[in-house]
Design a protein around this ligand. Structure first.
Ligand code: C5P
Length: 421
């Protein structure tokens, strides 16, 4: 197996000396290490020490890379398997969270397409400050693994969390990040502080998800809709983003928060959803989870339809909505992997097989709704494809979403292997 390549960014802080030990540990483990020192970092450790230990050139400023023929900053940011920031100062974390790129280190962090692990070190008050908490939450939401600092006496004499984790602990976190476990349940469901999100099997893939119901107005106060909480679709969008995909979520009207890292477009009607889906193409995979209303009112009344007291009901003419999934299957920009959902109460698999053929998609995720999962937290699904049926146990919707991402990643890798750079 090729030696793992680490790009180590060393921020300014008294703990920077521990980065020297970290370089030693990584080299001992057979990894190649390229070091980048921030201007503040240079005050604490010298490029010479790091160059000697890493046996590699050390970079300190964007101008070191002036000779773009030799090594451009984009290349430097991408040739590693993992980018490690240690120590990650409050200032560096803030810049990372804000997308600021005003020196070599922050430019590399913004330009990289590789997982990032940050080992923070700062004064306890700085670590506990609302601004740092906010930045750490944002970074974890973006998929950066931010380690918890150690607790103890600080160089400044105060006591509490903020010490740089020991080099051995950072090395373990690096090994873990490189071994790439899938994000665990809950990573994206209100606990971003615990998101490891360092494995991205869908990195470089663009995924479209539709979710929720559509509302088809009859008049300004009434509409036609299917029952749908949007939870499964949102969990799928969240899992796709956590797995590294670029995710476009076209969402019908549901009061759910946008999962971290997901681009969300809100729509009301099936026609709007169809247009946004079209605008989102091309994608590597589309997962159509939305419960699209089959019909819309043929004429929308601009004013509220009034009861006139006579007992007569107003005529309600319906028009058929486009089938977004079937339309996508036939379009010139058909995604290489097209997945539909089906809610069934009986003969789940037979109905799903028929739907697979009718819609022209690659998989139907058939949902057994006989035990009332509408709005519930769990789902029992069968993945029906030309190859057969993959039946899963009843699982939390987040777990269904994660398992589906693994299956999608495998399928996409099979069809078009990811770039090996
Ligand atoms: O036909 P049915 O509504 O049962 O099909 C469900 C699947 O088709 C889901 O994937 C749903 O998102 C998609 N669909 C669609 N446009 C419609 C109706 C359903 O994309 N108008």
């Amino acid at each position: 197996m090729a030696a793992k390549r680490i790009l180590l960014i060393i921020g300014g802080g008294i703990a920077a000396y521990k980065a020297i030990e970290l370089v030693r540990l990584l080299r001992k483990a057979g990894m190649t290490v390229r070091c980048v020192l921030t201007r503040a970092g240079e005050q604490f450790v010298t490029p010479l020490t790091l160059a000697a230990l890493s046996e590699n050139r050390v970079y300190t400023s964007l101008f070191d890379l002036k000779d773009e023929v030799e090594m451009g900053h984009i290349q430097l940011s991408r040739e590693a398997d993992l980018v490690v920031v240690a120590p990650a100062t409050a200032d560096l974390l803030a810049k990372m969270a804000g997308g600021i790129a005003d020196d070599l280190a922050t430019t590399l962090l913004l330009a990289t397409d590789k997982p990032v692990l940050a080992a923070p070190a700062m004064n306890v008050r700085m670590w506990l400050h609302a601004a740092t908490r906010r930045n750490v939450r944002a970074l974890r939401g973006d998929g950066v693994t931010v380690m918890e600092p150690d607790e103890g006496e600080m160089a400044c004499g105060e006591y509490g969390p903020g010490r740089l984790p020991e080099p051995e602990a950072i090395k373990r976190a690096i090994d873990e990040a490189l071994s790439s476990p899938l994000p665990q349940e809950g990573d994206f469901s209100g606990q971003p502080d615990f998101a490891p999100a360092n494995h991205r099997p869908l990195y470089g893939r663009r995924i479209l998800v539709t979710a929720g119901p559509t509302h088809e107005p009859i008049d300004p106060v009434r509409y036609i809709a299917n029952r749908s909480s949007g939870k499964q679709g949102f969990a799928i969008a969240a899992a796709a983003a956590a797995a590294g995909a670029e995710v476009l979520l076209v969402a019908g009207p549901v009061p759910l928060p946008t999962p971290p890292g997901v681009v969300r477009v809100d729509v009301e009607t099936a026609l709007e959803m169809a247009a946004e889906v079209q605008a989102g193409l091309p994608v590597d995979a589309a997962i159509m989870v939305a419960a699209v209303a089959d019909w819309r009112a043929a004429d929308t009344h601009r004013q509220k339809i009034k009861k006139d007291g006579s007992g007569a009901v107003p005529p309600l003419a319906l028009a058929e909505n486009p089938d977004i999934l079937a339309g996508l299957a036939k379009s010139a920009e058909r995604p290489p992997l097209l997945i539909g959902f089906a809610a069934e109460t009986n003969d789940v698999i037979d109905h799903a097989r028929a739907k697979l053929a009718r819609k022209g998609c690659d998989w139907i995720v058939a949902n057994d709704v006989s035990a009332d999962p509408m709005g519930g937290e769990t789902n029992r699904v069968h993945i029906v494809s030309q190859d057969g049926v993959d039946s899963w146990d009843r699982l939390p919707k987040q777990a269904v979403a994660r398992k589906l991402m693994e299956k999608i990643a495998d399928e996409l890798d099979l069809r078009s292997p990811p770039d090996s750079d």
